[in-house]
Write a protein that binds this ligand. Structure first.
Ligand code: AKG
Ligand code: FE2
Length: 278
């Protein structure tokens, strides 16, 4: 891998900025119209209750068709652009999830929010939020913490993983933009209907006492996760390979009152209080 110097980075940034067109109201309306028409083609009032029940049961539902292929392809380009400009490597173990590992490169929520009108427009799309709310049976609210709205993660080295954890907020829509064949690892594993006690997470006890569901993906997949009560992780890559995702997080009504204080926000800072390094 080559290291990006400050000069490279500035040159690259200038090039990408000059390539980028500003999003106008008309673009945003066009995007919203595409999202809406795709939803009415793919998520009828007959299908929604069926997937909604499955989601309640599993805390997970694969829904690639929630967004049209064209937008998923555009998202991949946008995420690759942001990775090139802003990615930071993380290698740590996190105490509040029983010292499970985080090994990947990330683009932080703030860097994404500040630098992508495309991602912001999709995150706030009324048509998308309305369908997700019908599916989950409650209103989706913008994430109460600006540092948890978004996360881009790129796994690339053997051993890279997003270890067992829960989310601070209820809903995560995860776009699998690129993933290797499942024999390389990178699948998602879930234990739904579990609770995160940050001072005593007891992850292995949950794993011993419950069935673990494993979901494989292909590039272009999208899934919705009930992240606050579904213990989950990605299976470590067993060889060097590329797996890229973007996470969009929303809260439920109760999340609006939540106060977080554990010093475990590993995605935002290189070194956090609850992390073990080296
Ligand atoms: O990469 C994945 O599929 C899971 C991501 C995840 O758990 C997270 O962003 O919190
Ligand atoms: Fe997660």
């Amino acid at each position: 891998m080559t290291t990006t110097t400050v000069v490279d980075r500035e040159g690259l940034e200038a090039k990408i900025l000059s390539d980028r067109t500003t999003t106008t109201v008309a673009d945003r309306e066009g995007l919203e119209a595409k999202i809406l028409s795709n939803l009415s083609d793919n998520f009828s009032d007959i299908e929604l209750p069926v997937i909604s029940q499955k989601f309640r049961r599993d805390g997970f539902i694969k829904i690639p068709k929630i967004l049209p292929l064209e937008i998923r392809q555009e998202m991949k380009k946008e995420v690759l652009r942001l990775l090139e400009l802003y990615s930071e490597r993380r290698d740590l173990k996190l105490a509040t999830t029983g010292n499970t590992p985080r090994k990947m490169s990330v683009v932080t929520s703030e860097d994404i929010a500040k630098n992508s009108e495309f991602i912001n427009s999709i995150y706030r799309s009324p048509a998308l939020l309305n369908t997700l709310a019908k599916l989950a049976g409650e209103t989706f609210y913008p994430c109460p913490s600006k540092d948890e709205e978004f996360l881009i993660a790129k796994q690339e080295q053997a051993g890279d993983t997003h270890g067992w954890h829960w989310g601070d907020y209820r809903y995560a829509l995860i776009w699998i933009l690129e993933t290797p064949p499942i024999e390389y690892g990178g699948m998602l594993q879930c234990v739904p209907h579990t609770i995160w006690d940050k001072s005593d997470p007891k992850i292995n006890t949950y794993l011993c006492n419950n069935p673990i569901q494993t979901y494989g993906f292909i590039s272009g997949d999208i899934y919705l996760l009930k992240a606050d009560t579904t213990l989950h992780r990605t299976v470590p890559l067993n060889r060097d390979a590329t797996r890229i995702m973007i996470n969009m997080t929303w809260g439920c009504e109760d999340d609006l009152k939540k106060e977080l204080k554990d010093g475990d926000r590993w995605w935002g800072e290189k070194e956090v209080r609850a992390g073990l390094y080296g």
